[in-house]
Every structure is written in C-alpha cells, then in structure tokens.
Design a protein around this ligand. Structure first.
Ligand code: ATP
Ligand code: MG
Length: 395
C-alpha cells in the first residue's frame, strides 16, 4: 500500500482551555519545518484534534515518517488514506480495497472503530462499525472480529475530511518546541548533556547552548564533536545557538590559585557565571545540565548545592534521577551515543584532581574562589569577548 497521508495525533495534556490553539499552531509549524528536508511537498492542516499531513504527489514515505517521529507533541502517527465524502457504499469499497492491498495475509482479528465528528453524516459511529464490520467479513472470511484485543484496529474518521487507517507508529510525546520558553544548555561532549537537552526540548523548551573549550588542551576535533552532537539534538529541538567559550585561561588561573581538590567544583561555578551571561543575552530563563545525583564527585548533593549557588537562574537537571544505563539507553535511542563516545579530550578531564572533594562546603569553596578575585573579572570579560557563536541546524 502506498500512503499519501498521515493522521497525526497529539496529547490531550496542555490542550485544555484557551491556549489550545497556541499548542496546535506551534505543532503544525514544527511539522512543516521538520518536513522541509524530506523529498516531496506536503500540506499540513489541523482539524478538531487531528493534524493531517498530506503529500502532494510523490514523496519519501520513510523520510516523512522518520521526520514526524522526531516532532515533540506528537503521540501517534497513522499512515492513512484521506478521501472525499462520496457516500458510505463508496467509502466501504475504498476501505475493503485498502485492506486487500495492505494485508496479503488476512488471518488476523480486527475491530472497526468509527468516529463521526461531523454530525450531518447519515450514519452514526455504531452503525458504521456494524455495517463496515459486516462487509469486511463478507469479503474476507479469514478475518475475525475481536472487540477486546483485536490485532488490527480499523479506524474510520468522519470529519470535514474523511480518513481511514489501520497502522500506527508512536510519536515522541512531549510538547511542541517553542511553547515553553527558552533555556541555556551546558553542552559538553559527553553522554549526558545531549540527552538533557533532548529532555528539556521534549517539554516544549527552545534551547541555546554553551560549550567550554580549552585549546590547546582540547582539540578542534573535540569542539567539532560538540557541534555534531548539537546537530543531532537539533533534529528534535530545532536550530541551536551554540556559544563556544574559550575557557583555557580561566582553567589555568584556577589551577594556579586554588586547591587542586576543589578545581572541578570551582570550574563548575565559573561555568555557571558564563553560561548565565549568555543566557541573559539570549533571553533564556533557565540553565540546563546533564547532572544526576551521585554520578561523580561533582554531582553529589553537596556539590550540586555549591554549583547551584553560583547561578541566579533556575538550573534544570532533567536527568537528576536517571541511572547511567538509563541515560545511555536514551542516548542510543535519540542517536547521540555513537558521537558522545568518540574519545576526544574534555576540558574537565584534563584539569581534574586525583581526589576531588565529594562534600564541598560552600563557605570554603567561596573562600578559595576569592583567590581569583584580582584576575577573574578580566578573564571572564576576555572569554565573553572571544566567544564564537554558531547557529547549529539539524543534519
Ligand atoms: P556529560 O556526559 O554531559 O559530559 P558528565 O557525566 O561527564 O556529563 P560532568 O563532566 O561532571 O558530567 O559535567 C556535568 C555537567 O556539566 C554536564 O552534563 C554539562 O551539562 C556540564 N558541562 C561539563 N563540561 C562542560 C563543558 N566542557 N562545556 C559545557 N558544559 C559542560
Ligand atoms: Mg563530561
């Protein structure tokens, strides 16, 4: 069967009330954008709780499906046949032909699920279920009705448009990007932060990103790896404004002036200051990191308290309760894992102490940080001025 259309279903949560159209319009817009790189031309229209994606002529079916599978807010994608109202006889004939063509082996159970949203249609949903069910059994005696656990659900929806479908693919869920503000993601080349970016975008948040680069200790390839990760995340989140901040001089100053067991935690605090600078420039109202409680020394509750103290914006940590394996599973699913594990050096691993503090005290850390007072404002200013900003688009 070659489909010409998809019926797209979206979540009910967040749809209630007067903001419903904001959500739907954003979803339609994001679908249009996601289909741009796909071969073919598409008409995307919303109607009473559904979005119809209709290909105009030849198109890349698999490409379109995969694009839709990445659009947050979609809960289900059903390859469908859209048709005109030419009466019930004609409709049943089309559905029977569709079943014939789609399923060469018809030994399966089914149930007809009609939905008559347009009340001037001459038959109600129950009548359509019964009549169509009967005609299916007449033509394909191998098929059996099972109203409780059918192997195939044959949906018929009578709205302004008439559609029918029997196959479905899960969407990613969440809310359309752009409906829930902006946040600044601290994006490293690791496994966690790209997943954190995916998770926050899944809730409808537009993301910008900062990457702390330490040349010559970290290479161009390490930077390219972060750009590549941003490209993958952008397949879900839309374009990402990525700020590449040169962090070398700040790290050298910390190394020179602060106790070595406190390097990582002080570095984290300064990352917060700088990320927040760009967050405010970009209109971001939160910071996002890939931290999860207890994963490493800098992510104990005490360490997170000390890091948090450096930020005035809320810090969102979507992976906070995830085990490492759960994060890895998610990164495999979204496609960032293979890039994340490329073995390029990271600014944190180069300046890391053998035995970092695991229970830092805020007062002590702040006292150590004061060792930087005479150089830090100037170094931060230089880092800000030399930052390279790249707009990263989906691959
Ligand atoms: P990741 O896999 O995201 O690198 P991680 O397990 O390596 O995380 P850390 O290195 O402790 O953990 O970093 C914690 C968080 O701090 C990261 O998830 C990321 O949000 C941020 N971060 C760390 N290093 C950088 C960097 N070089 N640039 C930007 N953000 C960073
Ligand atoms: Mg890391």
């Amino acid at each position: 069967m070659s489909y010409q259309a998809f019926v797209v279903k979206y979540g009910e949560i967040g749809l209630k009330g007067k903001n419903r159209h904001v959500f739907e319009d954003a979803l339609v817009h994001n679908i249009v954008v996601s289909l741009r790189p796909v071969d073919g031309s598409f008409l995307v229209e919303k109607e009473q709780g559904r979005i119809y994606v209709e290909a105009q002529g030849d198109f890349d079916y698999q490409g379109a499906l995969e694009a839709l599978e990445r659009v947050f807010g979609i809960v289900e994608i059903c390859p469908a046949v859209l048709t005109e109202d030419k009466g019930f006889d004609e409709l049943s004939k089309e559905i029977l032909d569709y079943l014939d063509e789609t399923y060469t082996d018809k030994h399966f159970t089914f149930k007809v699920l009609a939905k008559r949203a347009r009340k001037n249609y001459p038959m109600n949903s129950m009548e359509i279920n019964q009549e169509l069910g009967g005609r299916i059994l007449d033509r394909f005696p191998e098929m059996k009705v099972d109203v409780h656990h059918p192997e195939k659900e044959i949906h018929v929806e009578i709205r302004e448009k008439i559609s029918f479908y029997s196959e479905k693919f899960p969407g990613p869920g969440g809310m359309p990007v752009g409906t829930n503000g902006r946040a600044m993601l601290l994006l490293s080349g690791g496994i966690d932060s790209p997943v954190a970016g995916y998770m926050i975008a899944k809730r409808g948040v537009t993301i910008d990103a900062t990457y702390f680069h330490a040349p010559p200790y970290t290479s161009e390839r390490a930077k390219q790896k972060v750009v590549d990760l941003a490209k993958i995340v952008a397949c879900y989140s839309g374009p990402i404004r990525l700020h590449v901040i040169n962090f070398t001089d700040i790290q050298l100053a910390i190394y020179e002036k602060c106790p070595h067991d406190e390097l990582t935690i002080i570095m984290r605090r300064i990352m917060m200051y700088l990320a927040e600078h760009f967050a405010k420039e970009d209109g971001d109202i939160g910071l996002v990191t890939g931290e999860s409680i207890g994963q490493v020394a800098s992510q104990t509750m005490q360490s997170l308290l000390v890091t948090n103290d450096a930020a005035t914006l809320p810090v969102y940590r979507p992976l906070i309760g995830f085990d490492k394996q759960e994060i890895i599973d998610r990164s495999l699913k979204i496609g960032t894992y293979e890039t994340s594990i490329l073995p390029y050096e990271d600014c944190c691993t180069i300046f890391v102490a053998k035995h970092p503090v695991t229970k830092p005290h805020l007062d002590r850390i702040k006292k150590s940080e004061h060792n930087l007072d005479d150089v830090l404002p100037d170094l931060m200013q230089k880092a800000i001025e030399s930052t390279e900003t790249i707009v990263v688009e989906a691959e």
